[in-house]
Write a protein that binds this ligand. Structure first.
Ligand code: ADP
Length: 484
């Protein structure tokens, strides 16, 4: 059997440049799939953060003009990843966030920048670099979504295509006037093409033409077919439902390993779970909470946005404190939410404490120290915090949506008596449902044996990339074999 060759087209990749989960997935898949006999090369924009890390870069193809300036495709490696990089200074030689200018707003030419990425992806897919002909072009999110669109309108032989939705909230919607500039034919401006609310929809076009569509959990894959979660693309997604699949994300279990994690006060494993309490004390100290081993300690590590449902938690905090619970929150985001948590901390010193900002190391200590990690999201394509919680013995309390529904086993009576529970789920995302979940969490905490079992089940759950990698490999192989 020959290896399946995949060209992954992504606008960010861990550890070179990251704003979200897309970077983690793009960065993890190549190594995870190498074990499955799938060879992935990733095509990236040549941002300074990428160019400066590129080793042994060789020019592989020149574009005299790529949407307004000359460009080169370089073949090279960085951070152990095999890359093609679009060196196009007029589009990508900009420091900082890949999408936003220094004023915090989208770059005015994002339509051209990411059309260029997709255009090159389509060309490489068709064999523009001698000796390289991928079986599959795998585009991630709206920034790469035009790759299947170009391959469709170019006509002629083409590789198979996969489009992955990491978050349907971001769709790449631009005025219709850009159609000519991005090199699509006038006939593409139709309901069966890229036309979307009188403009051009990049994700919409990709969803129209990709051979397969994936998203990052089976439940989210079902949810986006409904008007409640479909963000105006549910009609198109329903029309393509038989080509939509959900594959959960994994985590890097070498970076997230409580037995070796340098950010913890004390390392531990499932076999030495009693050591964990020393991280709880260190965390309470760090946050300025009362150091109390017996107090049930709840934690949050999150962007503070409406999506994450933390306004629901705010309403329940007085009750959590009244029952003897504590909260440690690490996050940043919308001011009203920050203000709300700041006020709660002021009202309950020693019991509620917040650190506003982004702190990777502290997020590790938090997962190692809290008893429960709370993720009350209104929607969640996959979610990572609950996976880290499982691995670290911080029992997740989650809304039953998206990937949260797929990765946590609710501690209902059946799961408890079968000995398989890993957390607490609630639905719908509302204050009364969360209140009930918290009540159940307090009851679980009071039952030493059940709590210990639930924690250990979580720590022993496989949340690595091994399972998901097999699913991607099966998808790629089936697609590579299928007829056009
Ligand atoms: P989303 O991508 O929607 O923000 P995820 O749960 O998929 O949600 O991923 C969030 C990631 O960001 C996790 O790795 C989480 O630990 C991390 N994170 C979020 N906020 C912070 C913060 N303030 N400090 C450190 N890490 C954070």
């Amino acid at each position: 059997m020959t290896a399946t060759a995949v060209l992954s087209v992504a606008s960010e990749i861990y550890p070179l440049i990251k704003t979200g989960g897309l970077a983690d997935v793009a960065g993890a898949l190549p190594a995870a799939l190498a074990r499955e006999d799938v060879v992935i090369r990733t095509l990236l924009p040549g941002y300074p953060a990428v160019m400066s890390k590129l080793e042994s870069a060789e020019p592989a193809r020149a574009y005299p003009s790529l949407f307004g300036g000359p460009a080169n495709v370089l073949a090279g490696r960085a951070a152990g990843l095999d890359l093609f990089v679009v060196e196009a200074p007029h589009l990508f030689d900009r420091i900082g966030n890949p999408y936003l200018g220094p004023d915090g707003r989208d770059w005015g030419d994002n339509a051209l920048r990411f059309a260029a990425l997709a255009r090159v992806g389509a060309d490489l897919g068709k064999g523009a670099i001698p000796g390289y002909t991928p079986d599959i072009v795998h585009a991630h999110d709206w920034q790469a979504a035009l790759a299947p669109v170009y391959l469709h309108y170019d006509g002629g032989p083409r590789p198979k295509t996969v489009l992955t939705i990491h978050n349907l909230a971001f769709q790449g919607h631009f005025p219709g006037s850009i159609l000519h500039a991005i090199g699509l034919p006038p006939r593409a401006m139709s309901i069966d093409g890229v036309e979307y609310f009188h403009g051009v929809g990049y994700l919409k076009g990709g969803l129209q033409f990709a051979d397969r569509i994936t998203t990052v959990s089976p439940t989210y894959a079902r949810e986006i077919l409904t008007s409640d979660f479909g963000m105006a693309l549910d009609g198109l997604l329903r029309a393509r439902a038989s080509d939509v699949e959900g594959i959960v994300n994994g985590i890097d279990d070498t970076v997230w390993n409580p037995a070796t994690d340098a950010a913890l006060a004390v390392n531990y494993s499932a076999l030495r779970i009693d050591m964990r309490v020393r991280n709880k004390a260190a965390l309470q100290q760090r946050f300025g909470l009362t150091v109390a081993a017996q107090a049930p300690l709840f934690g949050v590590v999150s962007r503070l946005t409406h999506q994450k449902g933390l306004d629901l938690l705010l309403e329940e905090l007085p009750d959590v404190v009244a029952r003897g619970g504590q909260l440690a929150l690490l996050g940043s985001g919308e001011k009203p939410l920050e203000d709300g948590f700041r006020a709660a901390a002021a009202a309950h010193p020693g019991s509620i404490a917040c650190i506003f900002g982004y702190d990777e190391g502290l997020s590790h200590l938090l997962q190692a120290g809290v008893d429960f990690v709370l993720v009350p999201s209104r929607f969640e394509p996959c979610g990572l915090t609950q996976l880290y919680g499982l691995r670290y013995g911080a029992t997740p309390i989650v809304a039953r949506v998206g990937g949260l529904a797929d990765t946590v086993i609710d501690a209902n009576d059946a799961a408890l008596s079968a000995g398989v529970a890993t957390g607490v789920q609630f639905a719908p995302p509302s204050t009364p449902a969360l209140a009930y979940a918290l009540k159940r969490a307090f009851a679980l905490y009071a039952d030493d044996a059940a709590m210990r079992r639930t924690r250990l089940n979580g720590m022993r759950a496989d949340v690595s990339w091994r399972g998901p990698a097999k699913r991607y490999a099966a998808l790629y192989r089936a697609l590579a074999r299928s007829e056009q």
